[in-house]
Design a protein around this ligand. Structure first.
Ligand code: ZN
Length: 214
């Protein structure tokens, strides 16, 4: 039998949010419910509890459409694969909400990317693709791992976190509705990497081929 007792701290925080944050934004919430949401951007972030993604990038409710998964990864378009959660969020954001930007946000000390590094590097790891959803998911980042093999960035977790963002940006273009929107000028794609310790954001610069601190 599972317990249905929500820890009391969550109830306290909700009550505090209701009397302060909700009260402050109540007219906005009512407007968003009546008129619908029109976010300007979709943000893809890691599930990591240290990522304060809406605090960093949204000014108000309704600003950003957020999808979170392990290691903020976008798999390559594949009709036959089971990676539908992320693909469904992309399709809705681009074709229904018509967001103008997709922003992929990687981060430092990413456990999902570290798992990919161990698995693809044949290091001793508890991740078994036969039994683990995490293992199968992080295996999809293998092209990022392989891109660093034989370079001076081999084994560098930060480099792999950033390379995985670049692979995700490339994979976004494998979705026909994203390619069409980008080529018509209706949609722009962006890659960021967040240094949690320093509180810094680095933006991928296509021309320099590097992540530059904002
Ligand atoms: Zn992560």
């Amino acid at each position: 039998m599972t317990s249905h007792a929500l820890p009391i701290e969550f109830i306290h925080r909700f009550k505090a949010w209701q009397v302060v944050d909700y009260a402050e934004d109540q007219p906005l919430f009512e407007q968003l419910v009546d008129e619908g949401q029109f976010p300007s951007a979709m943000v893809i972030s890691c599930c990591d509890s240290r990522m304060q993604i809406t605090d960093m990038l949204a000014e108000a409710p309704g600003d950003i459409f957020v999808h979170r998964n392990i290691a903020n990864f976008v798999p390559h378009h594949d009709d036959s694969a089971d990676n539908h959660g992320t693909a469904a969020a992309l399709e809705y954001a681009v074709t229904a909400l018509k967001v103008k930007h997709i922003i992929i946000v990687g981060h430092s000390k990413c456990g999902g990317v570290a798992g990919c590094q161990s698995l693809c590097g044949d290091k001793d790891t508890a991740l078994d693709p036969k039994t683990s959803f995490v293992a199968r998911w992080v295996s999809l980042m293998r092209p990022a791992f392989e891109a660093l093999q034989g370079t001076d960035k081999e084994g560098d977790l930060t480099a792999l976190e950033q390379q995985a963002v670049m692979v995700s940006l490339s994979n976004l273009m494998s979705f026909p509705f994203i390619q069409d929107a980008v080529e018509s000028g209706a949609l722009a794609l962006h890659g960021l990497w967040h240094d949690i310790r320093a509180g810094a954001l680095h933006l991928y610069d296509n021309e320099q081929g590097a992540f530059i601190a904002l």
